[in-house]
Design a protein around this ligand. Structure first.
Ligand code: HEM
Length: 401
């Protein structure tokens, strides 16, 4: 390991809502495997280069939770730390579960979901406009849209969307809700989902949950009811806050520079590449992915000893000058764009095609409905969320003419 005498605190404090910490560039150049101390007091190795991050994430030997791995914080990280046996987190069982899930997220299905996602976004924008300005884009559109979409995946009726929003909000807000409130939300959610699975079993639809209920995996096995309920929880946790925050950050990045927004207004054909570039350019992506490196591993510039906890900074990797031309420029036409914002390898994001569809739809609808949209204040003053794991903006106040 290089620079072993350094022990910086991690996470590195952000400069402001949209700027990356200057340390990233220095670390990539001089110390691509950096010793850091986590809020728990445990030590880990921070990886900042693209090739190293990709190599570790892609290696099926390394998992997130393992005996001996460093802890993020002494208090734990809430629902993220809870392990349930009914959906395996690694190994062959996990891969079988993944294959069942990924089979459903085809380009054809995403295209079929697009009109209803667009109708949801239009409805939310109607409501935002009716409430008047300034409006908080995150609360009005970024928060509700992904949870509505997950309800659709699970075949949950629109009338229960508010309950899902409340449960999801509770799961994810360690600071705002007590452990008792979080437990109560989890029990209520599991009870709801158990009843819902039973109803879907009797009367399946075209949603992902019905598909999981009626189909079998490559070994001819079907998911147990507990596994189905846990899959519902997993989708809500993995797919809500991430997408909510990305909607807010994408819009803040695009509106922070008037030329970017005007370029999109003039050419909506850039929406797809603009979404990918927003995912790459996001400097406020949260903690990064943790992997317990159980066997010695050679990286681009040094060796990770067996028993190291690695933190893979995808956000720094996405700015690696070895891979991306002019990485500090937000280039709305960049293509190809091989960013790592959805991870890589055996745990990479199952919902990435859906997340992309949601981000594209949000952008298309806002460009169509509110071409004069602007941030209500300076981008650098946008307040950051306090959570440790997923980076985001607390609110994104906007105005329009
Ligand atoms: C912009 C939005 C999103 C981002 C940035 C994102 C990012 C990620 C990342 C980085 C991982 C890898 C975790 C790891 O390596 O340990 C992941 C996993 C996952 N994501 Fe996403 N995600 C997003 C949206 C979604 C959506 C919409 C869904 C589904 C509704 C989803 C479902 C999942 C699931 C189920 C996993 C776990 C995969 C596994 O265990 O094999 N994500 N996501």
């Amino acid at each position: 390991m290089t620079d072993s005498d350094q022990l910086a605190e991690y996470p590195i404090p952000p400069v402001d809502a949209l700027e990356p910490p200057p340390e990233w560039e220095r670390l990539r150049e001089q110390c691509p495997v950096a010793h850091v101390r986590l809020p728990s007091g445990d030590q880990a190795a921070l990886l900042t280069r693209y090739d190293d991050v990709r190599q570790v994430l892609s290696d099926p030997r390394f998992t997130r939770n393992a005996e001996g791995a460093a802890r993020v914080s002494a208090e734990g990280s809430g629902i993220f730390d809870q392990r349930r046996a009914d959906v395996p987190r690694s190994g062959e069982g996990h891969q079988r579960w993944r294959r069942r899930m990924t089979k459903w997220f085809t380009a054809k299905r995403m295209a079929a979901m697009r009109p209803s996602i667009e109708a949801m976004a239009d409805q939310l924008v109607d409501e935002m406009i009716a409430h008047g300005q300034p409006a908080d884009l995150k609360a009005s559109l970024g928060f509700p849209l992904p949870v509505w979409v997950i309800c659709e995946l699970l075949g949950v009726p629109a009338s229960d969307r508010d309950r899902f929003s409340h449960w999801s909000d509770t799961f994810l807000n360690l600071s705002r809700y007590s452990a008792a409130e979080m437990d109560a939300a989890q029990s209520a959610f599991r009870a709801y989902m158990a009843g819902h699975v039973e109803a879907k079993r009797a009367n399946p639809g075209t949603d992902l949950l019905s598909d999981l209920i009626t189909g079998t995996d490559s070994a001819g096995e079907s998911l147990s009811d507990d596994a189905l309920v846990s899959t519902g929880t997993g989708l809500l946790i993995a797919g809500h806050e991430t997408t909510t925050n990305m909607i807010g950050k994408m819009m803040a990045m695009l509106l922070a520079d008037r030329d970017r927004w005007e370029r999109l207004v003039a050419d909506r054909g850039l929406v797809r590449t603009a979404v990918e570039e927003s995912l790459r350019y996001d400097a406020n992506a949260g903690f990064g992915m943790i992997r317990y490196v159980s066997e010695e591993l050679e990286l681009s510039d040094g060796v990770l000893p067996a028993g190291t906890t690695a933190i893979c900074s995808m956000a720094s990797a996405n700015r690696d000058e070895r891979i991306f031309a002019e990485p500090a420029e937000m280039d709305l036409t960049r293509s190809p764009n091989v960013h790592l914002s959805f991870g890589a390898g055996p745990h990479s994001c199952i919902g990435q095609s859906l997340a992309r569809t949601e981000l594209q739809v949000v952008l298309e609808v806002l460009l169509r409905r509110l071409p004069t949209l602007a941030l209500a204040g300076p981008a650098a003053d946008l307040p950051l969320v306090e959570g440790l794991l997923v980076g985001g903006l607390r609110e994104v106040p906007v105005v329009w003419r």
